[in-house]
Ligand binder design. Structure first.
Ligand code: ATP
Ligand code: MG
Length: 459
């Protein structure tokens, strides 16, 4: 796509709202640009409906506040203000020209700039430095961003060593964008990542985690993990994954442990972070539990699921994931080794159900399916898993079909309490009580129900 076509594409995708916002800026004689991800994703044909839009302007935050009625001072110090317009929000950032970086993450001073050119040249990658001038309706591409978008290349703006030494998070961002967009990393940029890995330690783990999460939501996270391995970043961030590299399993597996984990992760659904993480770590301790090393085809890995769940917990803690995610992933991994056969009795199915718990059950099955696909040996869905699912569904249906016989009192009790003979009234009372219990199952005790029967009045 050339500049002209890209420009036309952006023009076609502007909303009425953005036109009105532009008019407001124009009335006060300020410039206003769309920058960053919105344009990149539009040109790549990857925009999501209602995608957020970052704007850049030469107006200062306090000036923006005067022009618009509804603003939120989200990051005044960095020159960012959030505009609310017709129930949608826009991040507006005043042109910046960052000062020196001495802490490897934040510029020492934030200096506002007069020009979009200066603002664009402080951004990280060429594909993120396209801007659309909303007043002139022109696309600005000073860093050959279009060319790199077309070729599928992640390249820093200017000298990569400088850019990575200013801000270590960019190392991880390069790999994240390459993974999510399915791009390659240009060679100088790539070499510079390996060279400047030490910069990662200057970045808050929470920020690294945020980028890692986006990488995990890509179509194929395996590509990102491979970028990390080849650049040696994996050795810094998640060395545990490397122990399975080149470690062959047994005749049931086509891949070594490392690639099995990566492909299982790819096979898990991208919108379920818990399962993706569980898939990535579900066998991480296989190398440590491997027995029968000489007879590679017969190797066994007793208890690897428990050890793996503990190591996954350690990794995720270190990476500052929330306790909620850590607990779920840990449980999923610990439970992933069940072997269903036709011989399972109903109580065995019930035991399994109790152990897994209803809230994890679906995800556990999804993990198992991903694990199977990650083996590379089997294609169609597992009959055993489908059969187990069916039996679980049946048991749950039976339990849900809560009926009069589950009530903790019966007709005899009702007749005794009310002092009435057998009659349709007894059934009517029982049904009324049943309604209450369906609403609140904690009422289903003998004492509480007897109380309810006493209180019952025919209406
Ligand atoms: P997405 O929102 O899809 O993750 P994005 O490109 O909008 O992608 P943001 O993190 O929202 O990414 O940042 C918006 C823009 O700000 C980027 O496109 C880039 O131009 C710039 N930017 C963000 N983080 C950095 C950074 N660490 N160094 C330099 N520029 C950055
Ligand atoms: Mg964004």
């Amino acid at each position: 796509m050339d500049l002209h076509d890209a420009e036309k594409l952006v023009r076609k995708n502007l909303s009425k709202d953005i036109e009105q916002i532009t008019e407001k800026f124009a009335e006060h004689d300020y410039d206003i640009f769309i920058v960053g991800g919105f344009i990149r994703d539009l040109i790549l044909g990857r925009s999501k409906p209602g995608q957020e839009m970052d704007l850049a302007t030469n107006a200062r935050p306090e000036e923006i506040k005067k022009i618009f009625r509804r603003t939120i001072p989200t990051g005044i110090r960095h020159g960012t203000i959030t505009l609310i317009w017709e129930e949608k929000t826009y991040e507006i950032t005043t042109f910046r020209a960052d000062g020196k970086y001495t802490d490897g993450r934040h510029p020492d001073t934030v200096r506002f700039s007069k020009t979009i050119e200066e603002d664009l040249s402080r951004r990280d990658f060429t594909i993120n430095a396209l801007a659309f001038d909303l007043r002139k309706q022109r696309l600005i591409d000073h860093h050959e961003g279009l060319k790199d978008l077309e070729a599928g290349i992640i390249r820093t703006i200017g000298n990569p060593d400088d850019r990575f030494q200013e801000d270590g998070l960019r190392l991880m961002r390069a790999i994240r964008f390459a993974t999510v967009l399915n791009f390659r990393i240009e060679e100088k940029t790539r070499r510079s990542i390996s060279k400047n890995l030490y910069m990662l330690s200057k970045v808050a783990m929470e920020r690294i985690k945020d980028e890692f999460v986006k990488l995990m939501q890509a179509e194929k996270p395996s590509q990102g993990i491979e970028f990390m391995r080849k650049s040696e970043m994996l050795r810094k961030l998640i060395p545990e994954l490397l122990t399975g590299f080149g470690l062959l399993q047994n005749k049931f597996h086509k891949y070594d442990v490392y690639y099995h984990l990566l492909y299982s992760c790819d096979a898990a659904p991208g919108d379920n972070l818990n399962v993706r993480l569980a898939a990535l770590f579900h066998d991480v301790c296989k190398p440590a539990t491997r027995l029968n090393k000489d007879e590679a085809k017969e190797a066994t890995f007793y208890n690897h699921e428990i050890l793996s769940s503990l190591v996954a917990k350690k990794i995720l803690k270190r990476m500052k994931f929330s306790n909620e995610i850590i607990n779920k992933v840990e449980k999923l991994i610990a439970l992933h080794m069940f072997y269903y056969t036709d011989e399972w009795t109903d109580s065995a199915v019930r035991r399994f159900l109790r152990k897994a718990g209803l809230d994890l059950l679906d995800e556990l099955f999804v993990l198992r399916e991903a694990d199977r696909i990650g083996n590379g040996t089997k294609e169609e869905k597992s009959k055993h898993l489908e059969e187990l699912k069916k039996r679980i569904r049946k048991i749950l249906d039976e339990e849900n079909a809560f009926s009069l016989k589950h009530l903790k009192i019966n007709g005899q009790d009702v007749m005794r309490i009310k002092g009435i003979p057998p009659s349709p009234l007894v059934g009517k009372i029982l049904n009324a009580i049943m309604e209450k219990v369906l609403e609140d199952s904690s009422l289903n005790t003998k004492e509480k129900l007897e109380e309810l029967v006493k209180e019952y009045k025919e209406s």
